[in-house]
Design a protein. Structure first.
Lengths: 231, 231, 231, 231
DNA sequence: AATGAATGAGATTTCATTCAT
DNA sequence: CATGAATGAAATCTCATTCAT
């Protein structure tokens, strides 16, 4: 499946080319090894937490051995941090694709909320890892360089939407961008992160498609009502 | 050597008193011992999670020994469940004190939201334990008798408020009580449970008094705007 | 051998006395367990060094398991420190038995040197452990409370001998007590600690009885000649 | 990619020059690589001991990789032996420069002691390595060809001084040359090798310049007093 | 009712060394 | 000659739990 996806890459016909072939089935491919470990680790940490995760369990589901895990990531905690870094990097990449500045304030706000909702709804691992980090007082994410201040992008987006909405007489002027971000996050995060206790308490699974659609609409509605200027 | 050093402590001479004397200053007080263990365990589990908590750490901060912990609670998991049970029992007692049925719909809704906000803001241990339970797929809380259906009370309260609000022409009629409860919970829970990553990301501590007050007002406002009937 | 050394301790004749019998063959005897571990560890650390020693090797030659080693001493390093503490404690105890203040200066000095010689000659473990500590920059012994300033006793002894010798017109007056202690230590320590390379280089084993006696006399002689007042 | 990037580096075009050109700026210089490894290894082994030293640590501070270390020295122990060999070779070269036979017995003896003192005082690595060897029962140094019998030179020197001193009526006649060498070594070696525990015990660093000078004089004095003929 | 001592099983980590290029 | 990646074996240490009194 993975192999041969690039038909353009010619076979060397027995005459070895001097340069290394990047797509060849190499025995040593550190990048792939690292990625493989990271992917498995993401699942394990997300499922079991930092202390609950077992290095052996991660290694077992990997193409390599436990030893390589230490070779590349130094320690269990180092691996956990690498997972955090990757996961936070992923969401940032996606956020860039959202061009709300091209939409009018109301539609832009709706798009932002829907994106946030969908992201959390789909990326349960992300939600769980953030939860786990909070159990640990965020002390690991603090050491992740790419984290500090990374949410500035979202805040800028929100500030842009708010100021354009205010200028257009659509939005109220007393809303703080970070507070609003917290509100949107809360609404999108909680129903995913706490869906188990919620399900047990009310016999309702928030991830059921019908409920999901309703929640999505409800949250968009709530946010728009909150920012809307009343006359 | 240690035994019998206090001659003042009367021996029962084989004539055991039939009933336990709850008020006597006894050397051994099982109920107090259990309570002591539970209190310490609540802190430890809340701070470290189920897997992160250490039985030794709990025992050390206790007035008794590790052995007693097993004597009364059977296992680490048993103790954890007992903690969940206690914590959920505590919150139920509080909820009874809220008599929103006596208030008009808007004021009642405001009171409910403020109560929910304040409760989460103060009971961090509760928030953390719920978070932890969700990491474990709520499998322990499912076995806690006092949990299942315990939130019915809140739902009834909300239903009462909603129907009275609709009847008075103040509230919209398309809001589901459980969905609304989820919304309120989300807004109150997230800022407490995820305050560490939030603080790291934005350099703002949501538990700071000034921010707390602003959040409280904002959440009340958002909920009221959401349920209000628009003309 | 150890048992029954205290005939005064009466046998309970089958009638169990209420108090614990300190000499009974108990299954749980923490002090003995600790002592046992310490003894074995002393040999292993002395023979292999701190890094060379194996926790498993120590545990194997013990009456208990590896686990107990951690139970009582926390870590390999903790055990190593306990060994240092014990070994330094032993020599101090012996030093107290030396009452050189009762001897005239020359005989006192001779007694001190002979004691130092004999001690190093017999306690090879001590010599090796000191050597090992120096490989590690003495960083472990620094944390041993009973160590710092413990050699003050010897210095006082030397100072007493020197001043009495000076007063009697026998000793020169320009000798520093600590320097002299270093000189005596050097002469007694080196031939034990470095006997292997010495033996390899010269085909002579300094621990051979004949050589030992000659060295002892030589060192006493050298020290006395050094302190003696010349006319 | 890396290869051939420096066109200035002439390819030998298959015509291999027979002899190695020691002065050419070569890309690969085995001798220099070996020397580099040896230098780093000397420091590491001297600082950490044989078991304490880490192959990775050595390789890291080297200009080459860990693989080369095995390529040239076979194993960790092989490298350690090579270090011993080098260090003992260095000292031999120095000893030749000492021409005490041209000095009168007393001045010659003084020169010898001062040389020994200065050498140990400066060559801490040497002192440490000897110490380390003794921890290992001198079993590695035994396999070093250049070691066995290498100290004969010193003994000859001492014998020459002693016999000339006796002939001149200055020295006593009952001193064994090897014993005297041991004495001098003890006095010069111990204060360097055990300076850490000594420093911790007495709060005095024997390598401090002032103390060093005093020790030097003291040791010369002690040795001369020891060999001097008394009337 | 209470306890200090003990422990087996398993967790994380380290190390000298070799492989494939 | 040179190298980065890889590794098996063994090391240190931790954990929830039980024993003997």
């Amino acid at each position: 499946m993975k192999k041969g996806s690039k038909a353009a890459e010619p076979d060397t016909n027995g005459i070895a080319s001097g340069a290394p072939r990047p797509d060849a089935r190499r025995k040593y491919d550190p990048e792939q090894t690292k990625r493989n470990i990271l992917d498995v680790a993401t699942q394990e940490f997300s499922a079991m937490g930092l202390t609950g995760a077992r290095v052996d369990a991660i290694a077992e589901r990997t193409n390599t051995t436990k030893r390589m895990l230490y070779y590349y990531f130094g320690s269990k905690e180092g691996l956990y941090q690498a997972v955090l870094e990757k996961v936070y990097g992923d969401i940032r990449a996606l956020e860039q694709d959202l061009h709300v500045s091209e939409l009018d304030p109301v539609e832009g706000m709706r798009a932002l909320v829907e994106f946030t909702f969908d992201y959390h709804d789909r990326q349960r691992d992300f939600v769980r890892l953030v939860t786990i980090e909070n159990i640990h007082g965020a002390k690991y994410v603090e050491q992740v360089k790419s984290f500090k201040g990374r949410n500035v992008t979202v805040i800028h987006t929100i500030e842009d939407l708010l100021s354009r909405g205010i200028a257009a007489g659509l939005f109220r002027s007393d809303v703080d961008a970070i507070d609003l971000h917290l509100m949107i996050s809360s609404l999108c995060f909680h129903r995913v992160g706490n869906r188990h206790t919620f399900g047990t308490a009310f016999g309702r699974d928030p991830s059921h498609p019908r409920l999901r659609a309703r929640h999505r609409a409800m949250i968009v509605d709530a946010v728009l009502r909150f920012v809307r200027k009343e006359d």
